[in-house]
Design a protein around this ligand. Structure first.
Ligand SMILES: NC(=O)c1ccc[n+]([C@@H]2O[C@H](COP(=O)([O-])OP(=O)(O)OC[C@H]3O[C@@H](n4cnc5c(N)ncnc54)[C@H](OP(=O)(O)O)[C@@H]3O)[C@@H](O)[C@H]2O)c1
Length: 244
């Protein structure tokens, strides 16, 4: 049994991770603003790191495109080094070094901080979670017309499956950057939205829009995909049925 601190333990990924680790018998601490701490100011961090637990870093200011994520990581890495943390596990995203998107640039900076820091580390990059695509499709479906970009695909994976992989990594030795993980299938955005409409019984008009630029170009080139590492099991359609 290990002592494990999960930053972002109240989020989409953190919740199932905390559950898996607790079921495995670990002593799990949760760090988030709702739980009274704040990585961007460092508040509550020293107390949370007392005794030098393994840290799984899932916290991210996703609502503000990760604006404070680099400060947060700097505080976490410094405090973890001082507390004698033996292993820092970080969840990152497939293709962040090839996709020109502000949130991803910040995640790449966080990866670099962890790699250059004093704590032995493991970094796992995953493709988009089903839950994220669900949220985006839900927002788009508020309007009678759902716009999609042609030629862009995704390979969504269940957050709970990524949580299980992170739990295993947290129980093991630091491994540096490990193999990327992706969902079981690559599907076009239009196809994902069609399945969403069917699964959620929504009547909406789906319109394919022309789009260009470096961001769309990198997505069209498949920089967000890991087809050779399609280890996820739950498909998007299965997710839609289970999350009804
Ligand atoms: N969503 C995806 O498709 C996807 C795919 C691959 C990798 N990832 C990565 O997985 C991680 C988790 O994503 P998620 O979807 O679970 O995000 P989420 O649901 O938005 O959860 C974010 C968590 O971070 C905490 N948090 C945010 N700012 C904080 C701060 N300053 N101090 C302490 N805690 C803070 C939040 O709790 P409070 O608000 O209470 O602080 C929450 O628990 C992120 O690093 C993300 O980049 C996500």
């Amino acid at each position: 049994m290990a002592s494990i601190l999960v930053t972002g333990g109240t989020g989409t990924l953190g919740r199932p991770l905390v559950e898996i680790l607790r079921l495995a018998g670990h002593d799990v601490r949760v760090f988030s603003r709702a739980a009274g701490g704040d990585l961007s100011t460092g508040a509550g961090l020293d107390a949370a790191l007392a005794g030098g637990p393994v840290v799984v870093h899932c916290a991210s200011d996703t609502k503000h495109a990760g604006k404070s994520d680099v400060y947060a990581a700097r505080n976490l890495v410094r405090a973890s080094g001082l507390a004698g943390v033996p292993h820092l596990v970080y969840i990152s995203i497939v293709g962040i070094d090839r996709i020109p998107f502000g949130y991803y640039t910040r995640k790449l900076a966080v990866e670099r901080l962890i790699e250059g820091g004093p704590v032995p580390w493991t970094i796992l990059r995953a493709t988009q979670f089903h839950e994220l695509i669900d949220g985006i499709a839900g927002t788009l479906s508020r309007s009678p017309v759902m716009p999609v970009v042609k030629g862009v695909g995704f390979q969504p994976i269940a957050a709970a499956e990524v949580a299980a992989m992170l739990a295993e990594l947290a129980e093991g030795e630091p491994m540096g950057r490990v193999r990327d993980v992706g969902g079981p299938e690559v599907r076009s955005l239009g196809d994902l939205v069609d399945a969403y409409k069917k699964g959620r019984r929504k009547r909406r008009l789906v319109v394919t829009l022309p789009a260009w630029g470096r961001l769309v170009g990198s997505l069209r080139a498949g920089a967000n995909l890991a087809p050779q590492d399609a280890v996820g099991r739950q498909t998007w359609t299965e997710y839609l049925h289970s999350a009804r």
